[in-house]
Write a new protein. Structure first.
Length: 298
């Protein structure tokens, strides 16, 4: 008799109980993670942004205008005023530069190369067609695009459209940060607002020193909109139109939607509102002081 049986027999004689191994329930298999989509293939070897080989064949847009600015700088106001001009079409923020191509098979990559393109070339063709379609549907001759994150891609925009024109829209750096914070105070604490908006300012400062363009400040635009718009129109080679000052008559309510532009009551009034009082120099955080000085605010 095995020792386990001896122990059980003895235990049963003394206590009336026996020891038995309990079978544990089968542990359910760990849930498998949901399959993710196939990984994006690496970009084609040697892919670089480059100008169009044949401007006439490769680009439908002619001399587009890009407003470069940080968020909360009045770009929706300027866009709305420019869109009210009979020759300018300025749609909502299109975020077109986030649209990329996925050359996911060897034959399609082979074909793209055989046609003389790289991956960036194909994206440029797509961007140009998308914006050109929007322009054609408007019936106007000139497109104006204002997505704030375009400041991070200013080099590529100038490469994609060699004839592009640029408008640099500035605002007091601390006013920008405060406005971004106030749009969602819980999710955007002030220290994060300063850090976040500074990234845009840094690239805008780089762009305005590397590209030719027309400069406007939010403060001047709200204080004397007619003078600022007249100067802008002169730079673009078009006549000033009074309707630019009454942008509410020319823009749809759906143009003011969160995620594709400003959406708050001030912009939806349809009329230029006074800007906020400028911060005192001693209020400007250290991170923003250099930009504030370069932009002439302190």
């Amino acid at each position: 008799m095995k020792w386990k049986q001896v122990v059980n027999t003895t235990l049963e004689g003394v206590t009336g109980y026996t020891i038995q191994r309990q079978k544990l329930p089968t542990r359910p298999a760990a849930p498998q993670p949901k399959p993710m989509g196939p990984p994006m293939p690496a970009r084609l070897e040697g892919d670089v942004a480059r100008p169009p080989t044949d401007l006439e064949a490769d680009r439908l847009l002619r001399a587009p205008v890009f407003i470069l600015s940080p968020p909360r700088s009045g770009s929706t106001l300027l866009r709305s005023m420019m869109n009210s001009h009979s020759q300018l079409h300025s749609p909502i923020e299109t975020h077109f530069r986030r649209i990329s191509t996925n050359l996911n098979t060897d034959p399609v990559r082979q074909a793209v190369v055989a046609l003389g393109h790289n991956q960036s070339d194909v994206e440029h063709l797509l961007w140009d067609r998308l914006l050109h379609r929007e322009l054609v549907r408007s019936g106007k001759p000139t497109l104006v695009e204002k997505t704030p994150s375009n400041v991070f891609a200013w080099k590529r925009l100038s490469i994609c459209w060699p004839d592009a024109r640029f408008v640099f829209l500035l605002r007091h750096p601390l006013s920008i940060a405060r406005s971004w914070h106030e749009a969602d105070p819980v999710k955007r604490p002030m220290h994060e607002a300063v850090r976040h908006t500074f990234q845009y300012m840094k690239y805008l400062e780089e762009a305005r020193h590397r590209l030719p363009g027309h400069e406007i400040t939010y403060e001047r635009l709200t204080a004397d909109p007619e003078s600022e718009l007249r100067a802008l129109c002169a730079t673009l080679g078009i006549p000033f139109e009074d309707g630019m000052l009454d942008y509410g008559r020319h823009n749809k309510p759906t143009d003011f939607t969160k995620g594709i532009g400003d959406w708050r009551d001030k912009i939806q009034s349809g009329r230029v509102q006074p800007g906020r009082e400028l911060p005192a120099p001693e209020e400007v955080p250290e991170m923003l002081r250099d930009v504030a000085q370069k932009w002439g605010y302190i």
